[in-house]
Each structure stands twice: as structure tokens, then as C-alpha cells.
Design a protein around this ligand. Structure first.
Ligand code: BDP
Length: 328
């Protein structure tokens, strides 16, 4: 049977219309994550994707790309800012160079402990940090935990800033961290996370700094067996979304997406607590030589030039620094 053109074209256009409208309505987001499959952040980001799918009735799907397969963290951040990717789980460290308000969390020892960081982030300081990030195209939907970062190296225990003199230490890409190592007389080496294992192994760097779960999951403990509990940085992480993508959602969808991210954060924080303990146990059992640093005042005073430089470059952010310091 030959179907006349007159009959065919309305049918085709109706089908095309239907097809197109589904394509326009269904959002397929892509998400960046640096961590391995069983890491708390990975499990929580998968939960976020599951909640989005479920609560949007399949209208919003999120395909997560884990293990850093979509490139380094500074690249991932740039991709989410420009809309090449919609979602990312980012540490605020590499966001700092883009959004000065977010850099406040990268001032060494600004937070007394995890509780202090949570209270600051959940209050006015968190609002100001989010607003600074949003101006740069990143909307923070929720905050994940990343524990406290401490120094580790292949040479010796670090008990005072003098022990860092002459040491080559890998840091994340952020001048504040380079300044932090220089302030102790060390040689900072900014480098992508994925390159650190090999660099430690071959002696390109002597040490690095991170929390227990990352020290363990990357295998860095195998090649840098001294872990010294300096706890100099407590950096939160975000579930971030491209600002235009978020802005184009209806108010109901924005609330749904935020809620899903926050529930994933509840899960992440719970998983984080137990992973911090099990990672520590695992590396200790593997023979890591660990030392506490009961009095951190020498490290804290060594960091003064880092604060001075940051405040000289961002005098308008002094009230934010004070707000965090004065948060009980
Ligand atoms: C981990 C963070 C991750 C960073 C990494 C690093 O979760 O986002 O990329 O440290 O040191 O703790 O680069």
C-alpha cells in the first residue's frame, strides 16, 4: 500500500514533535567525581543520581563518571562552570582560586574541628561562600565531608614545621597551599591527584597531605609510610551544579534537586565517619608509622604569612574570616 504524501507528512511531523518534545523535556546530566567505586563520595553521588531519577519520574537522569575518568579536578570544575558537564562533587580547595569567598576554607587551621566547620557552613558563612561560588557559575546544592588533612611522607615523622624544611610536598592546585608549604620552608609541588602515587614512589615528591580515606584509597600509604596528624586543613566538598542549568529549572524541581543532594550528603557524612576509622585501621595494620602532634601552635604561627597574603589580596573578605573564627 502506498501512503500518500498528504497523509504521511502530518504523521511524520506528529511523531517528530512527540520525539522532540520528550528529548527537550528529559534532561540527561553528566557528573564528575574523582573517587573510586567504594569511596563514600562515590556511593553518595550514585544515591543522588538514583533519587533524581526516582523523584523526577525519569525526567532528570544523572550519569556519574567516577574515578576521575573525565579529567583532573580543575578541569572538571571548569567543565561544570561552562556547562560541558552539569554536576560535580568538588573539594573546595581547587574552587578557591576561582571564587575567593570559597578560598576562606583553605586557610590552614581556620576550623578548630569538623563540628566547627559544619556550624560555619550551615550558617551565614556558608551562605556567603555559596553566593561567591554562584557568581562564578557553580551552585552548591549540599556539602560533603572530607575530614582533616595531615602531612605524610616517605622520609621521617613530622613533629614541627622545621621537619618540613627542604621537603618536596605535593599540594592541590591553589596558591594558598603552596604558600603554606613555603611558610614552613618546604618546596610545594602542585599536582593532579592521579599523579601523586607515582611521584611519591619515584621520589619526584617526598610527601603530600590528605585525610585518612584518601591516603588509604590511593595507596599512598604504600609509598609514603609516615603519617603525622597535623590536621592543618578541614576542607568541605560540594555537590555542585552548573548555575544556568539550575536556574532553568522550575522552583519545584530546584527544591527537589537540592533535597536529593542533601539526602545524599547525609549518607556521605555517615559513610565518611566509618570510612575514616576503617581507612586508618587499614593503613596502621599495613605498618604506617603514625605520630600525633599534640601541640600544633608552632604550625599555626608558621601560617601567619598565608593569612596576611590572602587578606592583602582580599581585604573585603576579612569579615568572613572573622565570622568563621568567631563561630562557636
Ligand atoms: C581528596 C579530595 C579530592 C581531592 C584530593 C586531592 O576528596 O577531591 O582531589 O583530596 O588531594 O581528599 O587532590
Amino acid at each position: 500500500m502506498i501512503i500518500s504524501n498528504r497523509l504521511l507528512s502530518p504523521l511524520v511531523s506528529a511523531a517528530l514533535c512527540l520525539g522532540l518534545s520528550t528529548a527537550v523535556q528529559a534532561a540527561e546530566w553528566k557528573g564528575w567525581n574523582i573517587h573510586k567505586p567504594d569511596y563514600p563520595n562515590t556511593v553518595a553521588m550514585d544515591k543522588f543520581a538514583e533519587l533524581l531519577d526516582e523523584r523526577s519520574g525519569g525526567k532528570i537522569t544523572l550519569k556519574m563518571f567516577h574515578s576521575g575518568v573525565l579529567g583532573s579536578q580543575p578541569d572538571g570544575i571548569e567543565q561544570v562552570r561552562i556547562g560541558g558537564l552539569e554536576i560535580g562533587n568538588f573539594n573546595l580547595g581547587p574552587i578557591g582560586p576561582i571564587a575567593p569567598e570559597a578560598n576562606v576554607v583553605s586557610l590552614p587551621f581556620i576550623f578548630k574541628d569538623m563540628g566547627h566547620m559544619h556550624r560555619a557552613l550551615d550558617g551565614e558563612a556558608g551562605e556567603q561562600i555559596s553566593a561567591g561560588m554562584a557568581k562564578k557559575g557553580l551552585v552548591a546544592l549540599a556539602w560533603y565531608d572530607s575530614g582533616a588533612r595531615s602531612f605524610y611522607n616517605s622520609k621521617k615523622p613530622v613533629t614541627s614545621p622545621e621537619d618540613v624544611v627542604g621537603m618536596k610536598v605535593r599540594v592541590m592546585n591553589n596558591d594558598l597551599y603552596s604558600g603554606m608549604i613555603s611558610a614552613m620552608g618546604g618546596n610545594p609541588s602542585p599536582m593532579a591527584f592521579s599523579e601523586v602515587y607515582q611521584s611519591l614512589k619515584t621520589g619526584v615528591v617526598d610527601g603530600a597531605e590528605n585525610n585518612w580515606p584518601s591516603y588509604e584509597s590511593t595507596g599512598h600509604f604504600e609509598v609514603a609510610g609516615y603519617y603525622s596528624l597535623s590536621q592543618h586543613l578541614i576542607i568541605p566538598e560540594c555537590v555542585c551544579i552548573n548555575a544556568d542549568v539550575y536556574g532553568a529549572l522550575s522552583a519545584d524541581d530546584q527544591a527537589m534537586v537540592k533535597q536529593a543532594a542533601r539526602e545524599s550528603a547525609d549518607l556521605q557524612r555517615e559513610l565518611w565517619e566509618s570510612r575514616a576509622i576503617s581507612s586508618r585501621e587499614k593503613v596502621m595494620a599495613a605498618g604506617v608509622k603514625f605520630n600525633e602532634i599534640p601541640d600544633k601552635s608552632a604550625f599555626q604561627s608558621a601560617m601567619e604569612p598565608v593569612y596576611t597574603k590572602y587578606l592583602a589580596a582580599n581585604p573585603d573578605l576579612k569579615p568572613l574570616v572573622d565570622l568563621i573564627k568567631n563561630t562557636d
